[in-house]
Write a protein of this length. Sequence first.
Length: 360
Amino acid sequence: MNEINIAALLGSVIDALPQLEHATTADLVGLGVAPDTAEFLVRLYQLYYGPGQPSRRQRSAVKGARRHGHGLIAMQEIEREVTKTKTTQQWRMRQHLCATPAGQFTTVARKLRREWNPKDDTPVEKVSIRRYANGTATMSITARDVDLTDVYDAIDQDAPAESFLNLVRGEGGAGRLNYIPMITLQLDTFAKLLAVNDCNHTSASAANPAGANSADSDIIVRANNGARMTGKELAERILLKHGFVAILSRVHGPVDVYRMERFATDKQRLLLAAESPECAWLDCHVPFDKCQVHHITSWADGGETNIRNLTVLCPHHNGANEDHPPGGIPVRRGRMTRLGGQVAWQSPGGGVPVPTSPTN
């Protein structure tokens, strides 16, 4: 066995490892190295210089560790993170961490593991129950948005437990809601949906049923009570029976609203629901039926009650909106405006307004 420089091993370890080519754990213990440390050093040699490892990644890892002068403690931290990584990705992780400055190993390793192994966050249908010592319990159900919205809207919010149990026991009915309130469609989407629905009722669709169903399943619409549904579900519920058609222009914003039987008596509110099925503030998803009509140019500042000067905001953001900031530029929370025909949020300090309505 060659003479071993213990001090070098405990310093910038990567360049000192080659001297362990023929050394064993017992040899190092005999030189005064703690058994755990001796075992780790022999393993490091086998990983970074021994045979049977991916040579290209070995060389890259050694180069990175040498460049950053990683000592024994740093190499222990690297290997600790490597053991948390999938076996097939361990050398890839080792290579990245050796090229990372000390002190950043945990942060970098977590980021890489998230990138390499993204989680599937798609909810699956399930039901769970949590029981409490006082005899009550909470049940959680994950299912289709539109189906659970039917149930939710059928529950009496003043007596939620009793009304829900009545539904389950058959003493009440959570019928499928008629989505007359407001389904918002761009005109081209509406035409596409009608064409698909018509196709499903012709002999041509029988020849190609997959083609007839594929297009409408790609259309997702949102009702003003917050429920989302596919074009197929929408067609099943209203298009062949009754409903409102809201016509929106991608350039000019809301144009008009029609009912298949007669004109609505409250056109403005219906048009606003068509344009913004939820709060128009950036990243707010409070549904329309819990929102308030908001004057973009405030009434106090001479703003008119016409459709181009209106949008909808939840009570919180209606209060937070800066109605008349100096020079029209908000300074604290932001404000609503229109960018061309689109409702948009203006950030504090100016900048280009951000269109916020899903129908823009």
